[in-house]
Design a protein around this ligand. Sequence first.
Ligand SMILES: *Cc1c(COP(=O)(O)O)cnc(C)c1O
Length: 366
Amino acid sequence: MSTESTATLTTRAWVDVDLGALVRNGAALQRHAGVPLVPMVKADAYGLGAVACARALERLDPMGFGVATVPEAEELRAAGIRRPVFVFSPLLPADFGAARVAAVTPTLGDPAAITAWIESGGGAWHLAIETGMHRAGLRWDEMAHVADLVRRLPPDGAFTHFHSSERNDGSWERQEERFLTALAALPARPALLHAQNSGGIVRRDASPWSFIRPGVFLYGVGSGDGAQLLPEPVAHVRARILELHDLQDGDTVSYGATWRAVGPRRVATLGIGYADGYRRSLGNKGAALLHGARTCVAGVVTMDMTMIDVTDIACAAGDIVTLCGRDGGSLITVEDVATAADFMSPYEVLTGLRQRLPRLYHEAVP
Ligand SMILES: *Cc1c(COP(=O)(O)O)cnc(C)c1O
C-alpha cells in the first residue's frame, strides 16, 4: 500500500493487523500439535480480513481453510486460494450447486442433507458428529442412521466440535470418547479425523487427529487457565485524537453526563465510536494507551467519537491512541477489552469490528 493511501486511511481510526504475529501463532500451534493446520478464516478471519489472513497463513502450508458459508469460500477462491475449503456450518441442498462450483467441502450430519448431496452428484464431504453441543451434526449414538449413506459415498473425513474447550472441566475428554464411539460404529473409518479448536489444542500435547482447526488463537486471543501456549497479539485498534478539551471542576463528558470532572481535567476526543465496533459498554471502563501511558475512557462511547482522560499526558490533536493491542511496552489484550465491555466474549469483540475501520496489514507491529 502506498504511503499516500495509508495516510488517508489513518486520519481517524483503523486496525493494524500484524500478519507476522498471525503466522507465528499458527506456527506455534502446528509445532505444539505436530499435525497440519486448517485455519478457521470464517467471519472474515474473525474480523481481520479473510483473504489477507489466509494468504499469510499459506506460508505454513495448511491442509486447507475453514469457513462458515459458501460466499466466504467463494471469496477465498476469487483470491486464488486453491487448497481445500471446508464449510463448517450445515448447508441446505439449495447451497450445493454453489458449493460445487467453488469446490468446497461441505460438513454434513443430517441424513436428508447427506442423501441430497449424494443424489445431486456427490463430491468430497466430511461427516459432522454431534457429541454434546447440539448445534450441528449427527448424534454420536445414531451412526446407524447413516450406515447405508456412508457406504454409498464414504466421507473423506469426520469430526466433532468441543463446547467448552477453554475450561478444564473434563468435557472435551468426554466429547472425544463419544467421538471415538461414533467412529467405531461407522462401517469404515474416514481418512481425515479432526476435533480440536484453539482451546482443545493448547490444553493437550501432540494431537491424536489428522489436523487442527484453530481460530481465535491465531488472531491473538488465548484460551484461559491451563493453556500451554499463549498467542501474540495480532489486532491493534488505533484512533487519532481529533480535539482536546480543558474542563473545569464539575464539567461533564458525553451523553447522559456520566463522567464529571473533579478539579481541572483535560479530555481528548478520539475518532472512533460504537459504529466502528468500539462498544458502548466500554464507556467509563475501556483502557487506552497514549505515548506509553495508560488511561481510561471518559463518559459514554458515542456512535462516532469516544473521549479519554488525558489530564496527565502531554498530547496533541493527531496523536495516535491504542484501544486494543500494543503500544510500545504496554498491551491491552482483546480479552481486556471484552472484560471491560461487561464481560463480552473476545470473539465478539474481534468479529464486531466494523468495516468503517480500515484494516492495515504489516509484517510486524507498527
Ligand atoms: C469456529 C470453529 C473453530 C475454531 O474455534 P476457535 O475456538 O476460534 O479456535 C473450530 N471448529 C469449528 C467447527 C468451528 O466452527
